[in-house]
Design a binder for this molecule. Structure first.
Ligand code: ASP
Length: 464
């Protein structure tokens, strides 16, 4: 009896494993699979151990993966075997004394993974050599040094990582780098951008967050171009702020640089997912140029001075109000010792009347409650309706046009510094990095928000 090497069928079990063995097709077999519903060509990929036992994963020649129900497979033609090489050839990143020095700090996310099928086949990306091997253009822009701080998907970022990141940025600036790039998962990139905008102030150099919506083994990956754009920004732009750099339009025409406190991930799968909310972005970026579209940004300086205040008290929460919310949602936060609550209210900043006693109790117990708006665009206005006025009487503090996630980050940062509620209020309502603005530009709602120029272009395609 021959023994099976499970490595040849990595991750597969049950029906899927039996089917692969029956057709003698270990992983990396180049095959055509015949099913009731048609035939599919591609490479059999390893499977995640935690995935179900009913499907076989095939990487199609166009680069996308599909799952095929094992029980529907009638026959398999085998053409050969093409084992994927996880390792990108490492090349020494060339050093050119005339080029600026940029530091890339990696935290994880899709941009750091290639062929990550959760089977162990993850590239330990972010070594300079690997990055140079996969995106050689980076060497034309700067001398890039890299450091992997964390390797997590961004839902796992938290106070420990935010603080570690802010401190690492401070160290690099003091050492004299000309720009910093942070590789990060896109899902919570705007949370981290907000907290870094508060923790790292008066940076002399650009601090650019970058990610990718599609991993670099997919033909439509945005990883390489986003990296080129962000490294260009860090190396040559004179915008010394915390920014997010991602696709502008749905095409690869240009990238946008968004202010760290006004940016939000707005689409679960588009590459142009990040949008500036309540304002317009700071600049566009192409492969070799950064073009500001406003001029009220902090300019690059040629010193190494930066203020790092890396503190966060995690006894704060966001409550997303929904109709019929019960007061026990607020009560449980009070009873669990939370110090501050950010409410994302409806319309101009409202919640229902049954919540009032809980809000009153929050005030009595010294829990700070701030109001933001679910509409994201626009300001909290608590003088317009009775509801708003009632809530202010109950001690709810309007947070102007701070985005809910930004207010949450700022509240944690404020409580990290003091428990004095008046001081917390002063910190919350004093704009530090564009999180509260005097007014929204009238064209901000339309332009560059997947807005007019792109829509026009799109429509033109169909109006021939
Ligand atoms: N889930 C991933 C993350 O945020 C998605 C991404 O990187 O785009 O880490």
């Amino acid at each position: 009896m021959s023994t099976i090497n499970l490595e040849d069928y990595k991750g597969y079990r049950g029906v899927a494993l039996n089917t692969l063995q029956k057709f003698k097709t270990p992983i990396w077999s180049d095959v055509e699979i015949l099913t009731d519903e048609g035939s599919f060509k591609g490479l059999i990929l390893p499977r995640s151990e935690t995935a179900d036992e009913f499907h076989i994963v095939l990487k199609m020649p166009i680069g996308y993966n599909i799952g095929i129900a094992a029980e529907k497979i009638k026959d398999v033609k085998i053409f050969g075997r093409k084992e994927a090489h996880y390792k990108i050839p490492e090349k020494d990143f060339p050093y050119d004394p005339k080029k600026p020095n940029v530091k890339l700090l990696g935290t994880g996310g899709t941009i750091a993974s290639r062929l990550d099928y959760r089977t162990g086949a993850v590239i330990p990306a972010f070594s300079p050599g690997e990055l140079y091997g996969s995106v050689p253009e980076l060497a034309d822009i700067c001398n890039l040094d890299t450091e992997k701080l964390y390797g997590v998907f961004s839902e796992n970022m938290g106070p420990e990582q935010w603080i570690g990141l802010a401190e690492a940025i401070g160290r690099e600036i003091e050492k004299g780098v000309q720009g910093i790039v942070i590789g990060h998962g896109t899902d919570t990139m705007h949370h981290t951008a907000a907290i870094l905008s508060f923790m790292v102030q008066d940076s002399p150099v650009p601090i650019v967050m970058v990610g990718s919506q599609r991993s670099s083994d997919r033909p439509s990956s945005d990883a390489a171009l986003n990296l080129i754009h962000s490294v260009t920004t860090a190396a040559i732009s004179d915008i010394a702020e915390v920014m997010v750099c991602m696709f502008g339009p749905t095409s690869d025409m240009y990238g946008l640089l968004h202010r760290g406190t006004r940016v939000r991930k707005m689409h679960s799968s588009y590459r142009s997912t990040f949008r500036t909310i309540g304002d317009i972005p700071i600049a566009t970026v192409s492969r070799d140029k950064v073009t500001p579209i406003r001029d009220d940004y902090k300019r690059r300086r040629f010193d190494n001075d930066v203020k790092v205040n890396a503190v966060f008290d995690d006894r704060v929460a966001i409550v997303y109000y929904y109709p019929n919310m019960k007061p026990d949602m607020i009560d449980s936060l009070i009873d669990n010792g939370y110090k501050g609550i950010v409410i994302a209210g409806t319309g101009l900043g409202h919640v229902n009347k049954p919540l009032y006693p809980a809000l009153k109790r929050a005030k009595e117990k010294g829990v700070a409650v701030y109001m933001t708006v679910q509409t994201l665009w626009g300001y909290v206005q608590m003088y317009v309706y009775d509801t708003g006025r009632d809530m202010m009487e109950l001690g709810v503090i309007p947070a102007a046009n701070m985005l809910p996630e930004v207010a949450y980050m700022k509240l944690g940062w404020a409580f990290g510094q003091t428990n004095d509620l008046e001081k917390v209020k002063e910190i919350m309502l004093t704009p530090i990095a564009g999180e509260i603005t005097e007014r929204e530009p009238s064209n901000g709602y339309l332009i560059y928000q997947g807005g007019l120029p792109e829509v026009e272009e799109f429509i033109k395609q169909y109006r021939k």
